[in-house]
Ligand binder design. Structure first.
Ligand code: NAD
Length: 391
């Protein structure tokens, strides 16, 4: 059983860019990062509005002189302090990630960045090279990948419990934006604007999440894909509020991905089903403590988190925080990831390459593949769903 004893002498001095008052995802970052005492929030450029940033930051307990009007000012001022920040999380709209991430790495900081990490794979590759040059780590917030039952799914596939993988069925299809709610919702407005969101809406916003689950659980690489995308709310064009992708993976497996914000009546419907030659598994983020395991010819089973029949997480950082039967959820998944990010940052600081190579976490390569998915889907959709080579 996990407990918070496992911590460093000193937590990382940590800041946020974005995630200010009223933001959708700021609290999730702060809650997860600080859960295990591995990060302490000491500074922030939380908001586009400097006054609101200061007001908000001081309410969180950050010193007024460390609530900054902008990220550039923050990185510069903090670099001049003996107790300056060591890591930063970036939770701003997509269009800003690349510049802020680059500035953070140049300031010598470890980074946790929101997805999609950039608009183009070239930009993401550039960040990867810069991070390597500076000896810094980039974590990417694919927040659903920290669930223990997702880790169990990965372990089952890697150990061959399903046999050879044949089909991967992925979907993240909610119904929250079935009407033009962006008129009164700034957080949705930027998501449907190419200048702020990038080349896609639902593909980047939610499709990348379940795509990453597919990648991490199976380890398979896409060879070719075909994508059809459309906007049922016409003003969202050229961005899509619905997309279907067909995929062929290297080695012969095939798959589909459905990303949608107009699946009326649905909450999330983020589901992944992996079909092997002997058995299938299925995970649904609305019931994250369970994993369906169906062996051909046998009654279907539901594996439950916290039980001894599950594989043990080798790194021990996605362990149960409470016994089985209790509901762990979204915040625990995120805390598991922030825990892994902290271990990676610490290993990088000590130049402990062995730990870094053994420790699993969603890093820059995961970020790059999410961006590539968006790029390739647009390339295909622009040619009437033509099959395009993935790399
Ligand atoms: P939001 O519009 O609700 O909030 C954005 C926040 O960033 C606001 O506080 C705004 O004032 C601030 N901001 C904007 N530009 C800034 C800048 N240049 N400097 C400092 N602050 C700035 O957006 P959101 O829904 O919280 O999304 C933010 C990011 O998080 C997006 O990239 C989104 O894709 C991602 N996201 C990820 C998940 C996940 O599960 N990993 C969930 C939701 C959002």
């Amino acid at each position: 059983m996990f407990n918070e004893e496992r911590r460093f002498e000193q937590p990382f001095r940590w800041a946020m860019v974005g995630g200010g008052r009223g933001s959708q995802i700021g609290y999730a970052h702060r809650s997860a990062a600080q859960r295990d005492g591995l990060f302490t929030l000491v500074a922030g450029a939380f908001d586009l509005d400097p006054q609101r940033c200061r007001d908000f930051g001081t309410n969180l307990g950050v010193a007024a002189d460390r609530c900054y009007a902008g990220y550039k000012e923050m990185f510069e001022a903090e670099a001049g302090r003996a107790d300056g920040i060591q890591a930063v999380s970036i939770a701003t709209p997509n269009s800003t990630h690349y510049e802020i991430c680059k500035a953070a790495l140049n300031a010598g900081l470890h980074v946790v960045c929101e997805k999609p990490i950039t608009f183009t794979t070239e930009e993401a590759e550039e960040l990867k090279a810069l991070a390597a040059d500076k000896g810094r780590v980039i974590g990417v917030m694919y927040g659903y990948s920290g669930f223990p039952m997702v880790q169990q799914a990965r372990e089952m596939v890697q150990r061959g419990d399903l046999g050879e993988i044949r089909v991967i069925n992925m979907q993240f299809a909610h119904g929250f934006h079935n009407e033009e709610y962006e008129k009164n919702d700034p957080g949705l407005k930027w998501r449907v604007s190419p200048q702020a969101s990038g080349p896609t809406y639902v593909l980047g916003d939610i499709g990348t999440h379940v795509f990453f689950l597919g990648e991490m659980i199976t380890g398979l690489e896409v060879e070719r894909l075909s994508c059809m995308r459309q906007s049922f709310i016409p003003s969202r064009a050229p961005l899509e509020d619905n997309a279907h992708v067909m995929m062929q993976f290297k080695g012969g497996a095939v798959g589909t991905l459905w990303a949608s914000a107009v699946n009326a009546g649905s909450m999330h419907q983020q589901k992944i089903r992996i079909v092997g030659a002997k058995a299938s598994i299925e995970w649904w983020d609305e019931y994250p403590n369970q994993l369906r395991y169906e062996i051909q010819g046998e009654p279907a089973r539901v594996l439950e988190r916290g039980m001894n029949y599950l594989y043990q997480d080798a790194a021990g950082v996605s362990a149960n925080r409470i016994g089985g039967g209790h509901a762990e959820g979204f915040f625990e998944s995120w805390a598991n990831l922030y825990h892994r990010f902290a271990l990676a940052f610490d290993a990088a600081d000590r130049d402990d390459q062995a730990t870094l190579s053994e420790l699993w976490f969603p890093g820059i390569d995961a970020g790059i593949e999410g961006v590539r998915l968006c790029e390739k889907c647009v390339e295909s959709a622009d040619q009437n769903a033509a099959w395009v080579e993935y790399k």
